[in-house]
Write a protein that binds this ligand. Structure first.
Ligand code: PLP
Ligand code: MN
Length: 338
């Protein structure tokens, strides 16, 4: 099968860009220094490739992701870095599962679900999950009293990931990590988990970084100055243009609408064109060169995670549309759903 044989919209992964990203990150954060977050790609075959460059432990956001990773034989050390009130499916898994807790209620859910190991999730500035740093030690004591092993702390500085001023991003990361280390002094345990693609090179305080987007990338992280290559695109077909073949149309329309794209970081990009807007099933853009109905375009998403999760599979390719590359492999996006 070649790229022209694919029905659109379809996820394409440039396998050379992916492998370069995995290699570069593995060099910066080898082995257990990186605990890749699977929510960014939701694909066990991609996780297997990350394991292949040395990362045995993974970060998950949902029970479903933990189950899928376990079923794929990747359950050596899974951190569910999120609060869950129903952990009943976790305890029975043939995997090492560590669950984040930030309240009496989530701790009780871990106990009820038969989970044996927890991390205390600490709020370090992002108004989302996490217990206040000065209450973390007490929650850890309660967890130990309930018979659980407390492996340490996590704290996610998600509000800093895309700060344009890198020096400011670094300064605020240090401030957030000060809160996390203060909590860690009370909690104990060997793990200090946090960070993401935007801070992987700045956050020197954690014992492991939870980055996920780096593998496939998006335009928002490229704009934030991250050095990874854009591996993910959404292949589309031009379905309408405003000018006859051979002329540069005022605008053109491709079949990659907001149902094929995560849009919360804004419009996608089309190389060699200005994107105007997306509607449900349409992308309207003004190309710099002549374009005709039936041409293919590669649309670059602004936000990788919510784009990938809209698709059932991703196709691995090498090279660009000019040589109609062969589809080297197709991976199921098998960690979707809840
Ligand atoms: N850790 C947690 C808890 C997250 O929610 C995320 C993403 O939102 C990440 C880590 C890292 O993700 P990214 O690689 O996209 O920065
Ligand atoms: Mn994201």
């Amino acid at each position: 099968m070649r790229v022209t044989d694919l029905t659109t919209p379809a996820l394409l992964v440039d396998v050379d860009a992916l492998d370069a990203n995995l290699a570069d990150m593995a060099q910066a954060l080898p082995g257990p220094r990186l605990r890749p977050h699977v929510k960014a790609h939701k694909t066990t075959e991609l996780a297997r490739r990350q394991a292949g460059v040395g990362h045995a432990g993974f970060t998950c956001a949902t029970v479903r992701e933990v189950e899928g990773m376990t079923a794929a034989g990747l359950g050596e050390d899974l951190l569910l870095a999120n609060e869950v009130l129903d952990a009943r499916r976790l305890g029975a898994l043939d995997a090492r599962v560590t669950l984040a807790v930030d309240s009496e209620e989530t701790l009780a859910a871990a106990v009820a679900g038969g989970v044996r190991e927890v991390l205390v999730d600490v709020n370090i500035g992002l108004p989302r999950c996490g217990i206040a740093p000065d209450r973390a030690g007490r929650l850890a004591d309660r967890a130990r009293a309930a018979g659980l092993t407390v492996r340490g702390v996590m704290g996610y500085e998600g509000h800093l990931m895309m700060l344009g001023d890198v020096a400011e991003r670094a300064r605020l990361t240090e401030e957030c990590m000060g809160r996390l280390l203060a909590a860690h002094a009370d909690v104990g345990g060997e793990l200090v988990s946090g960070g993401g693609t935007g801070t992987y090179a700045l956050n020197t305080w954690v014992t492991e970084v939870q980055a996920g987007s780096y593998a496939l990338m998006d335009t928002a992280y490229t704009a934030a100055g991250l050095p990874f290559r854009q591996a993910l695109t959404v292949l589309g077909t031009v379905i309408s243009v405003t000018a006859p073949a051979g002329e540069v149309p005022g605008w053109a329309v491709a079949d990659v609408g907001l149902k094929a794209l995560g849009m919360d970081h804004g419009n996608p990009a089309v190389p060699g064109a200005q994107v105007w807007f997306c509607s449900d099933e349409h992308l309207t853009f003004a190309p710099d060169e002549p374009l005709r109905v039936g041409d293919r375009v590669r649309v670059v998403p602004a936000h990788v995670d919510p784009t990938v999760t809209l698709h059932e599979r991703m196709h691995l390719v090498r090279g660009d549309d000019a040589d109609d590359p062969e589809v080297l492999d197709t991976w199921a996006v098998d960690l979707r759903g809840w």
